[in-house]
Design a binder for this molecule. Structure first.
Ligand SMILES: Cc1cc2nc3c(=O)[nH]c(=O)nc-3n(C[C@H](O)[C@H](O)[C@H](O)COP(=O)(O)OP(=O)(O)OC[C@H]3O[C@@H](n4cnc5c(N)ncnc54)[C@H](O)[C@@H]3O)c2cc1C
Ligand code: HEM
Length: 416
């Protein structure tokens, strides 16, 4: 039996499969998006009920297809390469998303059948029985790890996967900024609010006019009352002929006080822990929804912890929650804000004009960064901070869509 070095972890794959995956990972990676683009239509044809669980906007743009392809390739690579970056955060992000959507273990069989079928369709004769068996093993290892994490998260949240949603009544609707509203939601089943960590999101399921049912994720932007949670929704306008956002438009146009929405348990690990050390919260546009709950949390539990809030938006009119963030931040001993607008009103002397530029703001040495906004914005924040010596592991990010962070090339410049 070959000896294993004490410093290397043996692969989870059987040795024969490992050799096949090593030999075929390149060709699978090359065709991964073609495979996942074929997988979804085939699965939806056989299981139209899943159209109500998958975000059809992400299907139309291809983002979910790309995210799935990237995750499977990254998973296979870390199985065969002991030096590959840790996969733990990717696994956790997917598991949280699945749990917020009520994904169940038995559904892995459906996805597996159609995904592996799509691999065979796209790669054709290259998929020998050995190749099929090796990728089947990769899929099921991934599925088992996700399933285990999801089981843990369901138990931790006290959620039965067969009933992942609770009804919440809209008790208040607030116009926050141009095209941005907040909805304050109260559990309609009489049970208390679940525990919500600052920065977590919920999945909200809506029944759209015409009969479609669709989920979307919204960050819990405030829990200040203790008995209600607030979501803050940016109305997505279609650009260049693309349609307006379906769910955000429906929440803006079709939801009034008294309406009842189906809402998941809180999910996500973009969460500030109660460690010490200063925080920089760098957001753009709707990313501000992650800033307020973190500022609320620090004001309530660690008011001596320094917090810097840096926000970029198109104009002051588009900047939601600004006054609330400043008001709540006033309870923090050392609280600083910076604001950038693409165009600044003449009488606004506090805001800077242009895109966010963090090159010259004073930063404490041990700052921990939480950034949320469009991907190009977050890449820019990250590269500026890395250049200023902030270690990569101190920079956390949240993507308001399928996580394509690792799949797109860096882009400049950086509109909010
Ligand atoms: C973890 C997380 C937290 C989030 N938190 C918030 C939050 O706090 N506040 C917030 O406002 N949002 C948040 N979001 C985003 C939110 O979930 C939705 O994605 C957003 O509201 C848009 O949904 P929609 O149904 O309105 O748009 P969709 O209908 O899903 O459309 C999305 C985009 O796809 C384009 N599109 C759709 N169909 C087509 C087509 N056929 N061809 C070309 N383009 C098309 C649309 O034009 C639009 O640009 C969050 C997302 C995640 C993942
Ligand atoms: C090994 C198997 C699976 C893998 C690798 C996988 C991977 C992923 C990834 C990468 C995402 C995007 C996460 C993000 O937001 O960044 C995702 C989302 C999602 N997954 Fe899975 N998944 C698997 C199994 C399943 C199963 C069994 C179901 C149930 C039918 C499912 C349903 C969903 C849904 C509904 C979403 C959200 C899609 C969206 O918002 O566009 N997945 N998954």
């Amino acid at each position: 039996m070959p000896e294993t070095s004490p410093t290397t972890t043996p692969s989870l794959l059987a040795p024969a499969s490992e050799a096949v995956v090593r030999a075929t990972a390149g060709v699978v990676a090359q065709h991964a998006e073609e495979i996942t683009a074929r997988f979804y239509p085939s699965m939806f044809r056989a299981h139209p009920e899943l159209l109500r669980v998958f975000n059809q906007g992400n299907q139309a743009t291809g983002e979910q297809s790309r995210a799935l392809a990237a995750s499977v390739v990254a998973y296979a690579v870390q199985l065969i390469d002991p030096d590959a970056p840790s996969f733990a955060h990717v696994l956790r992000r997917i598991a949280y998303k699945h749990v917020s959507l009520g994904i169940r273990p038995e559904q892995y069989t459906i996805v597996g059948r159609h995904l592996l079928g799509a691999v065979a369709d796209v790669l054709g004769e290259a998929v020998t029985p050995e190749v099929a068996a090796a990728w089947n093993e990769v899929y099921w290892l991934f599925a088992m790890q996700l399933g285990a994490e999801e089981a843990r998260l369901y138990v931790q949240a006290g959620v039965d996967p067969a009933h992942p949603l609770r009804p919440y009544r809209v008790v208040r609707r607030i116009d926050e900024a141009h095209d941005i509203i907040s909805l304050v939601l109260e559990p309609a089943d009489g049970a208390p609010l679940p525990a919500i960590d600052p920065g977590q999101y919920v999945s909200v399921f809506v029944d759209l006019p015409g009969g479609d049912r669709q989920p979307r994720q919204y960050t819990v932007s405030s829990t200040s009352s203790g008995t209600r949670l607030q979501i803050t929704v940016n109305r997505v306008r279609g650009v260049d002929g693309a349609p307006d956002g379906r769910v955000s438009s429906f929440l803006h146009d079709g939801i009034e006080v008294g309406a009842v929405l189906d809402v998941s348990a809180p999910a996500g690990d973009f969460v500030v822990k109660d460690a010490e050390g200063p925080l920089l919260l760098a957001s753009a546009g709707a990313g501000i929804t992650t800033v307020l709950p973190i500022v609320e949390h620090i004001a309530r539990t660690q008011p001596t912890r320094p917090v810097i809030v840096a926000h970029a938006d198109r104009t002051a009119r588009d900047h939601a929650l600004r006054d609330t963030v400043v008001h709540v931040g006033g309870q923090i001993d050392d609280f600083t804000t910076y604001t950038w607008y693409e165009s600044v009103d003449p009488d606004d002397t506090r805001s800077r004009e242009g895109y966010m530029d963090l090159t010259d703001i004073p930063l404490p040495a041990d700052v921990q960064v939480f950034t949320c906004g469009p991907l190009p914005f977050m890449r820019h924040v990250r590269s500026t901070l890395l250049a200023r010596g902030v270690p990569a592991d101190r920079i956390r990010y949240e993507v308001f869509g399928p996580d394509l962070w690792a799949t797109q090339p860096p882009a400049e410049p950086v509109p909010a």
